[in-house]
Design a binder for this molecule. Sequence first.
Ligand SMILES: *Cc1c(COP(=O)(O)O)cnc(C)c1O
Length: 401
Amino acid sequence: MTEIFTGSFTQQEPIPDAGIAAALAVLQSGRLHRYNVAEGELGQAAELEQEFAAAMGAKYCLAVASGGYAMGTALRALGVQAGDKVLSNAFTLAPVPGAIAAVGAVPVFVEVDEGLKIDLDDLETKIGEARVLLLSHMRGHICDMDRLMAICDAAGVQVIEDCAHTMGAKWGDTWSGRHGVVGCYSTQTYKHINSGEGGFLITDDPQIAARAIMLSGSYMLFERHLAAPPVEAFADIKLDTPNVSGRMDNLRAAILRPQLRNLTAQCDAWNARYRVVEDGLSDCAGLHLITRGPKERFVASSFQFLLKDWRKSAIRDVLQRCAARGVELKWFGADAPAGFTSKYDSWRYANPQPMPNTDRILRGVVDMRLPLTFSLEDCAQIARIIRAEVGVVWQAGAAEP
Ligand SMILES: *Cc1c(COP(=O)(O)O)cnc(C)c1O
């Protein structure tokens, strides 16, 4: 009998009851705007910021409207201006180069390596071209952060971390988002906590935090922030920083607070699923698993493997055969971007130069979501299906001539 998987790769878990109750209370109060607080009330957004800052061991936190907004705000708060160059990953998602373009700056793309991390040798070659690196931990793959920070520190390059896929992950004993000067997160539905849209920015730098709060649209109400620097930090900048509204509201914050309390357990649940898929695909001829080092304490909310140096038509076959059995795989090697699989050469506004190494790797990258609505048995079944279909196509001859 041919197994068919019937689960949905885009079905998230429901919002926890405590989040629904808190959201209802906000709706009933009518005080959805973060600065609309009753006497003695701190406000859900301000409390969430305090809790996220504490969870990450950061001094300051700002909750915002999206992860993309957090990155754009971080760039502005660091003083990046129109025409400046900003280093970033060639393998990432569209909001990353989009945030650079949104401030009028120009991305300088750095190649991806076979571990799907930023290629540190290529970074070293290009480090002199910019004074900021917007580093994306794409799909939760964390590069050697010790070497990356050494390269950047030696060149005086400031690092902003895009932690859209690494909320709750660590490199060694340090939280992802705490190596660079700013860490940015997304709370969009497909990330590690879900408010539909939303994001965070964390930093220990009072000037950057003050500028980010002003930028997000604080109407001189910055004293209502609980994870903010002292008011003196605002004195010099409050009249020189434009308001680019992108605040988070109390409703989203209310939904997020109970999820944040449960983040560690959720991360463990993702990794348990990841390990089942990984085991199920080990020693599968033609399929290359991504190896991860001991310091990379990742959170696997998705799964990637490589069909390295396969013919495109053979990869398309695998995708079709898996789809016919209910397993939805995405591919970063298609000629035209579909859904979220756009890649550097689809970002024409950034005038990208050809990157043959990145092209070769992305041609083989297959990507799959692992929502927590999947059981461990679901994951085992998905792996059996992929293994079988990769096997059929591989045996028919899939390698590039
Ligand atoms: C989702 C995502 C972001 C931020 O996305 P928003 O939709 O703007 O919240 C940033 N980087 C990566 C790699 C992402 O996947």
